[in-house]
Design a protein around this ligand. Structure first.
Ligand code: ADP
Ligand code: MG
Length: 737
């Protein structure tokens, strides 16, 4: 492969078939071709692979690509090979190869056939491999998922730390390119330092994902959470999504629950054997499965562009994890909903988990977790919070205008915080910028904790100055000051709060500072529980939808040439406008709607309800109870069977222990819900044929099936109420279904 006369763009077209570079790709590639150390931060899906693949194909020699996951290497190699004439163009070298296979790889490299070699960091720890590489022509080394180098990243791999010394053993002048999708400023520094990159050219893409909607919901009782998940998923209507949970057991449990609710779902976790996992992945890609319920084992390298939602049933243990996992939604640029359930109880669980770790790791874990809490509880724009975490300044106007996070969609009331922000900043100063958030809050509240007494902070002038307010209040103030860079958290010192110049300037010259208090999830949780209970008990008729359904009924009736009430009775429509059925099954559960009726007339109504629910963002009261299919009472079954056997109605009433009046009512209910009964055998005896026709003609034209109205209309012709009632049964039965 030579590219002597090709422009980069032509090379892109030739090797990959793409017409244009994405984002910073072209500049990155140029930098690698120039032999520069290069550092690329680009969100998931941004197209990082191409940044080293294309230069590898262009340059002389073999590029080594270090990647943490053996499982993904084969995919990467396959995808490169698919563009090339020979398989020799790309290989991987890791512990999964036999001796003979490894030898074949090496001879392809020596022969100059191989442009890209994927290795695991372990591969580079073997002395004979290092010797081999030292004797060959290596074009550059790419370090993918470079955040694995830093303990402050979300996926620390100790072997990554040794990459630099291994590279030195090969040839210390090889250019490097490091790539990652998530890196806080701290992690970035770690990467450059640990790899000892030389004045790297940095290419930083924005982490903003405009098309993702972020939402945090309070996590109440398990059943209620599961209910909301089913609701959300059902509303997505067969679209692809991922639900992340903490434990393997939950993946199985929730997947099962979704399946019971007619959602095509499958569990995924590291405990399943490789074959099952592969099949599940394939099913997801091929859309035989819509929803994957997974532990974090799922997702790395999954390139499904149209994942429409990512739900976190359990809060992740760091913002990096959260960003990475939510980042799998909406890679095609269309909307992706990211909903996480949050409860302080889960945080306590995660903290407990950290307790057994070595001190440094525990401190780090707690820091990452406290940022996650900050994110969950903030009432500021979530996008702004996320991007601030990754070191970006984001103007939240766009998010506000498009309502792309829950806080921008339902803004909390703001209050003037100028004086209290100033007070906190002064407190930080008075405490010599040497305290954590919790200590600052204790200090301002005047709590006599051990450390406050030990350090004699209780002798300082601002001690207890904020005791009129709650801890929640002061936490909110500190968070917002951090978000606005008036305070800074020193991650390397495990979260000590510092007062930067901007903060000092504010103290000297305070300006209006509107804040909204953090979410109080203990309270919101209680409210959520109450709301669910209320929705279950009192369901409210949606009059707008009801009117809409009346119109549809009129249309349908005209088209089918039957009176509207034959389609559905009004009480059924009312119930639909209360419970929002979205499938034939749910339709069936509406009283007065039989399976046949649901199938015959239901679809138009379901379609309209669905659209209405979507457009108006309706939270449906109950999804679970919908599962139960309306049961016919034992009495009803006996009555229907007796009619099949042509038993006179009086006798049926007798043996069922019903009055004739009650039996007629039962029969009315039966036909009204769409069950056909044939009472001709009885009518023949009881009602003159001409009279039968008169009554049927009347109902064909009638507004509704009221007996009283019919009687008023027909009594002049000397037709009896009993006759009308009987023929009405026949009419409803014949036309209703
Ligand atoms: P990352 O590693 O940054 O998450 P990938 O390298 O896996 O992203 O690329 C994501 C997707 O974008 C892949 O499907 C890839 O084929 C596609 N892609 C990369 N570069 C381009 C381009 N210039 N034009 C169109 N698609 C591209
Ligand atoms: Mg990648």
């Amino acid at each position: 492969m030579t590219t002597d006369n090709l422009t980069l763009q032509e090379a892109l077209k030739k090797y990959f078939g793409f017409d244009k570079f994405k984002g910073t790709q072209e500049k990155v590639i140029q930098s690698v071709l120039d032999g520069q150390d290069t550092f690329v931060i680009m969100p998931t899906g941004g197209g990082k692979s191409l940044c080293y693949q294309l230069p590898a194909l262009i340059l002389d020699g073999t590029a080594i690509v270090i990647s943490p996951l053996i499982a993904l290497m084969k995919n990467q190699v396959d995808s490169i090979r698919s563009h090339a004439e020979s398989d020799k163009i790309a290989h991987f070298l890791n512990s999964s190869l036999t001796r003979t296979q490894a030898k074949a790889v090496k001879s392809d490299i020596i022969a100059g056939h191989t442009k890209l070699l994927y290795v695991a960091p372990e591969t580079l720890t073997k002395a004979d491999n290092l010797e081999f590489f030292a004797s060959t022509n290596i074009s550059f080394v790419a370090i993918d998922e470079a955040h694995c180098i830093s303990e402050w990243g979300h996926d620390f791999r100790p072997e990554y730390r040794r990459i630099r010394s291994m590279i030195e053993a090969i040839n210390k002048n090889i250019p490097l390119i490091a790539l990652t999708a998530t890196a806080t400023p701290k992690v970035r520094v770690d990467i450059v330092k640990t790899l000892r990159m030389e004045k790297p050219s940095e290419f930083l893409s924005s982490f903003n994902r405009d098309n993702l909607y972020y939402e945090i919901r309070p996590k109440g009782k398990k059943d209620d959470v599961l209910k909301s998940i089913v609701q959300v998923v059902k509303k997505m209507d067969g679209k692809s999504g991922i639900i992340y949970v903490q434990s393997r057991k939950s993946t199985e449990e929730i997947a099962k629950l979704l399946r019971v609710n007619d959602i095509k779902a499958a569990p995924y976790h590291a405990g399943l054997d490789a074959k099952v996992r592969n099949n599940t992945q394939d099913d997801f890609l091929m859309e035989n499965v819509d929803v994957i319920v997974a532990t974090i084992a799922f997702g790395m390298g999954i390139d499904k562009p149209d994942v429409r939602f990512v739900i976190h049933y359990d809060i992740p243990k760091s913002i990096e994890n959260y960003y990475q996992e939510t980042g799998r939604a909406g890679r095609d640029g269309l909307e992706g909903r990211c909903i996480a359930f949050y409860s302080y109880k889960d945080i306590l669980k995660l903290e407990k988990f950290l307790r057994d770790k070595p001190v440094a790791e525990r401190e780090m874990g707690n820091q990452l977790l406290s940022e996650m809490i900050g994110y969950a509880e903030t009432t500021a724009c979530r996008r702004r919070f996320l991007l601030h975490y990754f070191g970006e300044t984001y103007d939240d106007t766009h998010c506000h205008e498009h309502k792309m996070c829950d806080n921008c969609r339902y803004p909390k009331q703001q209050i003037e915080g100028k004086n209290d922000v100033k007070l906190i900043l002064e407190a930080v100063d008075q405490l010599h910028e040497n305290c954590h958030i919790k200590e600052i809050v204790d200090f301002i509240l005047g709590n006599q904790t051990k450390s406050i007494q030990d350090f004699k902070y209780n002798k300082l002038s601002l001690f207890g100055k904020g005791k009129d307010q709650s801890a929640h209040y002061w936490n909110s103030i500190i968070r917002q000051a951090l978000l606005n860079d008036l305070l800074r958290k020193d991650i390397e010192q495990y979260g000590i709060i510092k007062l930067p110049d901007a903060g000092r300037a504010f103290v000297a010259n305070p300006v209006s500072f509107m804040i909204s208090l953090n979410h109080d999830f203990v309270q919101e949780e209680a409210e959520a529980v109450a709301a669910v209970a209320q929705a279950a008990n009192t369901s409210v008729l949606d009059r707008t939808l009801f009117k809409l359904l009346l119109d549809i009924r009129k249309d349908v009736a005209e088209r089918k040439n039957v009176p509207p009430f034959i389609v559905f009775q009004e009480p059924s429509l009312e119930e639909m406008a209360t419970r929002y059925p979205l499938s034939v099954d749910e339709m069936k559960a509406i009283s007065g709607v039989s399976e046949g009726k649901a199938r015959r007339y239901g679809s138009e109504f379901i379609k309209a309800i669905k659209q209405y629910v979507d457009e108006n963002d309706i939270e449906r009261p109950m999804d679970f109870v919908m599962k139960s299919v309306a049961k016919k009472s034992k009495n009803k079954v006996t009555i229907i069977q007796s009619i099949d056997r042509k038993i006179p109605l009086e006798d049926i009433a007798d043996s069922a222990g019903l009055s004739m009046e009650d039996l007629m009512h039962e029969l009315y209910m039966i036909v009204n819900s769409g069950t056909k009964i044939n009472i001709n055998y009885y009518l023949e005896e009881m009602v003159d044929e001409g009279v039968q026709e008169d009554i049927i003609d009347y109902f064909m034209e009638a507004e509704n099936d009221s007996l009283d109205l019919a009687f008023k209309e027909l009594e002049e012709d000397d037709i009896a109420l009993e006759e009308i009632e009987l023929i009405r049964l026949k009419f409803l039965s014949d036309h209703g279904n």
